[in-house]
Design a protein around this ligand. Structure first.
Ligand SMILES: Cc1cc2nc3c(=O)[nH]c(=O)nc-3n(C[C@H](O)[C@H](O)[C@H](O)COP(=O)(O)O)c2cc1C
Length: 148
């Protein structure tokens, strides 16, 4: 199964898991990059994130949108921001057609679980959605079992 791992990461936690998931699934790996930088303080990121959520903003991306037609499975990695995914991840999801692809979300967070977020994403973006994965402290065995 040809897999693409796409991730957004501000402080590197999701990036590290995304790299491991990509290694373990022999996947291609792409980072969601934004025009605006999110290299800012935690407080400012919370403020910015809340503003983006309230105004339903779609931050401009600074990356080539991949042609996903060749992939069977798309795994989307993201931190949880303010109980949801950063709007930049939705900017990406708006630009790809996941229809008929296997897809799943994996997240890192302080504590929030991805299940409720996954339910909302499932409604908005048609795909063959699989179980979301809380990738906090994920050991290789957890990743391998999730990938099955
Ligand atoms: C703006 C902002 C909002 C956050 N909101 C939540 C949250 O609602 N629930 C939670 O458990 N963690 C929250 N966190 C913590 C991040 O999800 C966590 O640190 C994540 O692992 C960071 O991933 P990264 O290193 O890939 O950026 C938030 C962090 C930031 C910066």
């Amino acid at each position: 199964m040809k897999t693409l791992v796409v991730y957004f990461s501000q402080t590197g936690k999701t990036k590290a898991v995304a790299e491991r998931i990509a290694q373990l699934s022999s996947a291609d790996l792409i980072e969601i990059k934004t025009h605006r930088s999110y290299q800012m303080s935690y407080r400012k990121t919370v403020f910015t994130s809340l503003k983006e959520i309230l105004l339903k903003e779609r931050p401009k991306l600074d990356m080539e949108i991949p042609d996903i037609s060749a992939y069977d499975r798309i795994l989307i990695g993201s931190p949880i921001w303010c109980g949801t995914l950063p709007n930049a991840v939705f900017s990406f999801l708006d630009k790809v057609d996941l229809n008929r692809k296997k897809a799943a979300v994996f997240t890192t967070s302080g504590a929030t679980e991805p299940q409720k977020i996954a339910v909302k994403i499932k409604k908005k973006y048609p795909a063959r959605w699989c179980r979301p994965f809380n990738a906090n402290h994920a050991a290789d065995e957890d990743i391998i079992s999730w990938l099955k």
